[in-house]
Design a protein around this ligand. Structure first.
Ligand code: AMP
Ligand code: MG
Length: 330
């Protein structure tokens, strides 16, 4: 299969993308978080193509994307009032909510669970594709399973060239890490995956909410969010996390002495102290850090045997980035 890359500003090509979706095919598209790989959420055979193209385990469910709140009725039942408070405040935006599913959503999407993950993306191209396709889109991130999520069309191409018919290029994703996942299907809301919409932001709107558990093994199987049990977001070479630049320098120098090629992903404020080493600079502020981290991990794995990454500050969305990096580290 040849993989065509189209421009999101080209109306005719966008129409062809929607025709592919209607025809039961899969299409990669930009969202504000990361690029997604979409299929009609009502079409079992189309959804199965996503799992095949990514090599994704069939027990890891997908997020259903909508472009207006009216679409929710066909997707979820028994939606709690608190959901609408979050909707008012954060949607469209990088927040996914787990609700009880409507039986119209096919089994493959929810991996047989009786709950469904719903997201209302803010990206104009995502909204346009959903609208033109005339159905909710089931979509995980558009990378090979376990690899780093894509934040540009060329990242998607690197992973899925020849495995999918089309990629919509909408430029670089503005958020850069996956959405916050909030489970509202039980008695108390629980954050299953942290993200740009933080614990504090959610708590201010709905009060009681529990923070994410560090490790699904600690909460016991089956994991509430099946994705939590898989290794995720990993570059193809060893990744080691450090809290400060001096530790990065020491690890780098050891690797150098052993004849290994190392790269340091360093906060911009630390770069000056790492002179003479192979360094990729990343913004200090969590927002700027989140936007660049996946692109830099992908770039670093091309040339290095070891990636040494200086963690962001844990304030704001920093915690969510550290969560991803810890899952990615070997
Ligand atoms: P991805 O889009 O690849 O970043 O993955 C979507 C995430 O949402 C994974 O961690 C899934 O396990 C999680 N997820 C999707 N649907 C559900 C659900 N019904 N219940 C719990 N977690 C879900
Ligand atoms: Mg993913």
């Amino acid at each position: 299969m040849t993989t065509e890359i189209i421009n999101s500003n080209d109306k005719k090509s966008m129409q062809r993308a929607a025709e592919l979706i209607k025809d039961g095919q899969i299409v990669a598209f930009p969202t504000e978080t990361v690029y997604g790989l979409a299929a009609n959420a009502y079409d079992e055979s189309a959804v199965s193509k996503i799992f095949e193209a990514k090599g994704r385990p069939s027990d890891n469910p997908l997020i259903v994307h909508i472009e207006n709140i009216g679409m929710l009725d066909d997707i979820a039942v028994g939606v709690p009032d608190d959901f609408y408070m979050l909707y008012e405040k954060f949607m469209p935006g990088p927040l996914t909510v787990i609700l009880h599913k409507n039986t119209k959503i096919c089994k493959a999407v929810t991996a047989g669970l009786d709950t469904v993950a719903v997201r209302f993306p803010r990206h104009r191209t995502a909204a346009e594709l959903i609208k033109k396709s005339g159905c909710p889109l089931a979509a995980p991130s558009a990378n090979l399973s376990e690899h780093v999520s894509p934040t540009t069309a060329s990242h998607v191409f690197d992973d899925l060239n020849g495995r999918i018919p089309m990629i919509i290029d909408g430029g670089e994703c503005s958020v850069g890490i996956e959405s916050t996942v909030l489970d509202m299907s039980g008695d108390n809301p629980v954050i299953l995956r942290p993200g740009a919409i933080t614990y504090d932001m959610i708590r201010k709107v709905i009060g009681g909410v529990s923070e994410p558990k560090k490790d699904c093994k600690a909460v016991g199987f089956p994991a509430k969010s099946p994705g939590m049990k898989y290794r995720h977001y990993s570059p193809r070479v060893k990744l080691t996390l450090v809290k400060a630049a001096d530790a990065a320098a020491a690890l780098y120098d050891d690797a150098y002495n052993e004849g290994k090629r190392a790269v340091i992903i360093s906060r911009a404020s630390s770069v000056a102290s790492l002179g003479g080493r192979n360094v990729f600079s990343i913004p200090d502020d969590p927002k700027g850090y989140a936007k660049k981290i996946y692109a830099l991990l992908r770039l670093a794995e091309e040339t290095a045997d070891l990636i040494i990454c200086e963690e962001p500050d844990s304030s704001g969305a920093g915690n969510s980035i550290i969560n991803r990096l810890q899952k990615a580290a070997h």
